[in-house]
Design a protein around this ligand. Structure first.
Ligand code: PGA
Length: 243
């Protein structure tokens, strides 16, 4: 696992955008794995800037998002489908038919998860996966547990995740308690991974991430054995490293 420390969130976001740009330059038909949450917002802003400057072209790109809340449809402003359209896809030249997110309102969830996993394989797998990390070490919505799932599946969200993510919901009662998420195997199969971590509230999380131990109590710890994973930190998130 390679660690890159940037001065602040803006620099972190710019660095991440260049990583994406490089992948697209090498392979304009590449497949990106994308994340939601507050951390990748700066990256998406930078990508839109690069697109407006004519420096990046998404016309042949395919994307797979990590996860979607169970029970929210794409018109719901809290759905990740809506989030991605609003924060990235509506502002770039991507073909929305090539942007995939698990269907949160699928009647047959198991089948939806199987199909999603299959589709990633059919598209040749993920070339670059963008990740954030939860306060409990989750990646996607793979929550700490005794066992972790390899493939896309339905996950019950922990209290900690519900609390952290409730900031996005004006009506907390409406917040889903389950999500469809890529599994740990789906993520680890990505050829390259960039994990973005920002802010002093994530400094302890970073310390655990690089602990040298792998545990299902902290799902992101598995990334230590991925052979091309770069963790991009700002100085605040890196504050407790080597301490
Ligand atoms: P955040 O969420 O970027 O909003 O901190 C990350 C996550 O929960 O994976």
């Amino acid at each position: 696992m390679k660690i890159v420390i940037k001065k602040d969130y803006v620099e972190l976001s710019k660095f991440a955008a260049l990583e994406v740009k490089n992948i697209l330059e090498d392979n304009p038909n590449c497949t990106l794995g994308l994340a939601t949450g507050s951390t990748p917002l700066g990256l998406y802003k930078e990508l839109i800037k690069l697109y407006n400057l004519g420096e990046i072209n998404f016309s042949s790109v395919t994307t797979f998002n990590l996860d979607e809340y169970r029970g929210l449809n794409e018109e719901d402003e809290q759905s990740y489908k809506y989030f991605m359209n609003d924060n990235l896809f509506n502002h770039i030249n991507i073909d929305k038919n090539n942007t995939f997110i698990p269907n949160g309102i699928a009647e047959d969830v198991e089948r939806e998860c199987e199909n999603y996993e299959k589709l990633i394989g059919e598209k040749g797998g993920i070339d670059l996966q963008v990740l954030g990390i939860g306060m409990n070490g989750h990646i996607g919505f793979n929550e700490p547990n005794q066992e972790l799932y390899l493939n896309t599946h339905l996950e019950t969200l922990t209290e900690e995740t519900l609390n952290s993510n409730s900031i996005f919901f004006t009506n907390k009662e409406k917040m889903p308690t389950e999500a469809l998420t890529m599994g740990i195997g789906s993520i680890m199969k990505a050829k390259k991974i960039i994990l973005l971590i920002s802010g002093k509230n994530k400094a302890e999380v970073v310390k655990k991430l690089v602990s040298g131990k792998i545990t299902t109590d902290f799902p992101a710890s598995i990334l230590q054995v991925h052979n091309d994973c770069t963790v991009i930190l700002d100085e605040e998130a890196a504050a407790l490293l080597n301490k």
